[in-house]
Ligand binder design. Structure first.
Ligand code: F6P
Length: 527
């Protein structure tokens, strides 16, 4: 077992000091154009293949020395040991005393115990439970897919119980053959649920109540309102029209739902799309499609678990993230998926990275003297180009961009895909090359970094691999920063305060409130 605090933190290593020195002497003056001119092999040296994903990292502000020092840093921080501890099922989420085993959700059932690796043998019982639940969930998905009387599936959940399934259902629309419409209700703002309820019919709707804890206030409020609407509309068959996806099966039963699919406390909410929380995805693309999705993620797990650090894509990305955040001082990363079906990927990645690594203390609770999670943001290309790319090209801040492109299109509309691909290549090129113009306004400084992730095709397997890649790169930077990437205490305070404020909105009691909150409360009440 390697608790976070038993490994050296990145800033306590010799490699960190060497990186700082390298950055001060050369790194801060690094120029991409000069680097390409000096090294004909730069593209090959700074690209990396991984299952389903090819990554061109050559347009990043990094040279061979920085890369070598970053690998040294990973070694000196015990990254491989920490990774192995996760895969062995150790309780690396030490503030909640939990293992972190979302990788187990995509691991195939062990065919032959004698040929299984050590981790599979240790976790054999958990893996059996995973597959029993997966088989049951996929059988249910197929049953609903075959039931023509159900035309609409409404997923009620928030955070990890919404972003993952919503992102994946949209991304895999090309594989959705159930003929059903999928709706996602997450916000406690009743406008969202009301708008969906207007479009569905009581006898043809299935509500999936997705909540790891089954206590999240937004989800419970929406679930209660959906159930009330169902009963007011004359619905009686709750078992057919409601199912719950949760680790808290007892609470779901108490709520009146008997069809439940469980998962385990060792699956973090933002890592839960591979569990029962993925049921809408399975309903959209079918059991085999969901198994392919898991298989793609598993292939990336194996790459992360076994590839040497120097040829390990999640490791290379995570190290680059740290290099940018802690040495170049970049505070954000823009995600630019050049595929409209990937439009919710930036929102999904926001939770993955910022809820995991948006921490300011290390494993022992000590305040960190360096920055952690960057801000992630973005929109699909080419839309972003016509909105905020101006700032990426000519603004005062340097924002590393992560382009995601797909070689193959699955539509037959002439000319579109080559235009799309030309644009993604051109944007990466323009950021790097820039353009000299003495006039100032038309000058592009260039030397602006980007990574380029390329999928051959957008399929369940490649999406699974792409997302698992992102999960593991977040693991890497979090491990080096010495933080616990798997808790989320920062979301608790607001929840507690909202509980106190809500009755005050009814009563008007402002006693003990700060003057601003009290003033706003009175204003809202008098409207
Ligand atoms: O408030 C944050 C959070 O706990 C996320 O981590 C989680 O994904 C989300 O709320 C939803 O939680 P649950 O699935 O338990 O409803």
């Amino acid at each position: 077992m390697t608790p976070a605090h038993s490994r050296p933190r990145c800033d306590q290593t010799a490699a960190w000091a060497a990186l700082q020195q390298h950055f001060d002497t050369e790194g801060r003056r690094f120029d991409l154009r000069a680097a390409f001119a000096a090294d004909a092999q730069r593209f090959a040296a700074f690209s990396q293949s991984a299952p389903h994903v090819f990554a061109d990292l050559s347009k990043n502000l990094i040279d061979a020395t920085a890369q070598t020092l970053l690998f040294d840093l990973a070694q000196q921080c015990g990254l491989a040991q920490h990774r192995d501890a996760m895969f062995a099922g150790d309780k690396i989420n030490h503030t909640e005393q939990r293992a972190v085993m979302h990788f187990l959700l995509r691991k195939p059932a062990a065919v032959n115990e004698s040929s299984a690796d050590a981790a599979t043998k240790t976790l054999a019982n958990e893996l059996r439970e995973v597959h029993t639940t997966l088989d049951a969930m996929l059988a249910y998905a197929e049953q609903v897919r075959a039931d023509a009387s159900i035309t609409d599936v409404v997923n009620i959940g928030i955070g990890g119980s919404d972003l993952g399934p919503q992102m994946a259902v949209l991304a895999l629309d090309g594989f959705a053959d159930s003929g059903k419409r999928f709706h996602f209700v997450s916000n406690v703002d009743g406008h969202e649920l009301a708008a969906v309820l207007k479009r569905v019919h009581v006898n043809s709707t299935l509500f999936l109540i997705a909540s790891k804890t089954f206590t999240t206030i937004e989800t419970m409020t929406n679930a209660r309102s959906a159930k009330q609407w169902f009963q007011e509309q004359g619905g009686t068959h709750v078992a057919k029209h409601f199912a719950a996806l949760t680790t808290n099966v007892a609470a779901a039963r108490e709520f009146g739902i008997d069809t439940t699919f469980g998962f385990w406390d060792w699956v973090g909410g933002r890592y839960s799309m591979w569990s029962a929380i993925g049921l809408p995805v399975a309903m959209a693309i079918g059991a085999q499609g969901f198994r392919d999705f898991l298989a793609g993620a598993h292939a990336m797990d194996e790459h992360f678990r076994t590839a040497p650090l120097e040829g390990n894509l999640p490791v290379r990305l995570g190290l680059l993230d740290l290099w940018y955040r802690n040495f170049h001082g970049f505070t954000s990363r823009s995600i630019a998926p050049y595929h409209s079906a990937l439009r919710r990927v930036p929102a999904y990645l926001q939770q993955l990275e910022m809820e995991s690594n948006g921490k300011r203390v290390d494993g022992t609770g000590q305040t960190l003297p360096f920055g952690t999670s960057p801000v992630l943001w973005g929109e699909p290309g080419t839309n972003g180009q016509h909105a905020y790319f101006q700032m990426l090209h000519q603004g005062t801040d340097v924002v590393p961009v992560e382009f995601i492109a797909v070689t193959r299109a699955r539509h037959s509309l002439a000319g579109h895909h080559s235009q799309l691909l030309a644009n993604v290549l051109a944007q990466a090129q323009a950021l790097m090359l820039g353009k000299n113009d003495a006039g100032g306004h038309r000058h592009f400084p260039g030397n602006r970094p980007s990574s380029f992730l390329l999928l051959d095709d957008l399929t369940p397997a490649s999406l699974g691999a792409l997302i698992a890649l992102q999960e593991h790169r977040v693991f890497v930077s979090g491990a080096l920063w010495g933080i616990n990437s798997f808790d989320q205490w920062g979301v608790e305070l607001g929840k507690v305060l909202a509980k106190d404020i809500e009755p005050r909105l009814h009563s008007g009691d402002a006693a003990g409130l700060d003057a601003s909150t009290a003033g706003l409360l009175q204003r809202l009440r008098s409207a």
